[in-house]
Design a protein around this ligand. Structure first.
Ligand SMILES: [Zn+2]
Length: 238
C-alpha cells in the first residue's frame, strides 16, 4: 500500500482578519485549483463560504445563499481535494459529543484534518458575518454584528477543519465548521448542531500549503504583531 499523504491549502491566515484585512486577495477560480471542498469568507467579510464538490456557495447575512463567481475574491479560505481516510455513522450526538468522540477515537489532535458530515440534523444554529465597508473594523467588532440562523430537522452537509492549538493565528484552534442545508434554506458558520443520523468523514493532512498574498500592499504594510491577537481570535471565533 502506498504511504498516505494528503494536503490542505489555505489562502490568507485568520490572523490577517483580526486587524481588519478583509479585502479579497485570491480569485475563486485560482482557489479551486487547490481543492474542491472547503470553507472561507468573501471579500469584505460578505458572508460564510461553503465549498461543496467544486461549488463555492456563499451564505449571506440576509439569509440568502448564492454561488460565488469565478472572478470574485476571498481574503481567507481553506480547501482540499477529497481523500477520505476514516468514516463512521453518528446518531443522536451534540456538536460537543461528536467532536470529543472524534478526538478520542482518532489520533489526530496534533494535525490538521478535514471533517465532513452528511445527513440529518435535529437542530443547527449558524452565524453569518455582515458585509463590511472601508474603513474596516477589527474582526472582534464585526463578530458582534453577525446574523444568527436556527433550524430544526434539516438535511445537509457540514464541512470544515480541525486545527491543533499550536497553529493558533494561522487558524482558530479546534473545530471550525460550516453548514449548508440540502434545500439551501440555511447555511453559515456553525455555532451549534445536533446530529440525528449522519455519516462522518475524516481526512487528516500530512502537508499544509499556507499561501500568503505577496502582491497585496495592504497586507505587506500591516503590523500583524498584535499583543492580544490570540485573545481576540478566541472571542471572535468562539
Ligand atoms: Zn467560519
Amino acid at each position: 500500500m502506498e504511504k498516505y499523504e494528503s494536503k490542505v491549502f489555505q489562502h490568507g491566515t485568520l490572523g490577517m482578519l483580526v486587524p481588519g484585512l478583509f479585502n479579497g486577495t485570491m480569485t475563486i477560480e485560482d482557489l479551486l485549483k487547490h481543492g474542491d471542498w472547503g470553507i472561507g469568507t468573501a471579500s469584505g467579510l460578505d458572508g460564510e463560504m461553503i465549498v461543496l464538490d467544486h461549488t463555492p456557495y456563499l451564505a449571506q447575512s440576509n439569509g440568502e445563499i448564492r454561488v460565488l463567481k469565478a472572478e470574485e475574491k476571498v481574503p481567507f479560505a481553506t480547501v482540499h481535494f477529497e481523500q477520505i481516510k476514516d468514516k463512521f455513522t453518528a446518531r443522536n450526538l451534540t456538536k460537543k459529543e461528536l467532536e470529543e468522540h472524534i478526538l478520542k477515537t482518532y489520533p489526530y489532535k496534533n494535525v490538521f484534518f478535514a471533517v465532513k458530515i452528511v445527513g440529518k440534523f435535529s437542530a443547527v444554529k449558524t452565524r453569518v458575518v455582515e458585509k463590511q465597508t472601508r474603513p474596516y473594523k477589527p474582526l472582534l467588532a464585526v463578530a458582534n454584528e453577525q446574523a444568527v440562523f436556527e433550524k430544526s430537522d434539516v438535511s445537509g452537509t457540514v464541512i470544515g477543519y480541525f486545527a491543533p492549538k499550536m497553529f493558533q493565528g494561522m487558524a482558530a484552534p479546534g473545530f471550525h465548521l460550516h453548514f449548508l442545508a440540502d434545500d439551501k434554506s440555511i447555511g453559515g458558520h456553525l455555532l451549534n448542531f445536533d446530529v440525528s443520523e449522519a455519516t462522518v468523514y475524516l481526512q487528516p493532512f500530512t502537508t499544509i500549503d499556507q499561501h500568503l498574498p505577496l502582491d497585496n500592499q495592504e497586507f505587506l504594510d500591516k503590523d500583524l504583531d498584535i499583543a492580544d491577537m490570540h485573545d481576540q481570535i478566541k472571542k471572535a471565533e468562539g
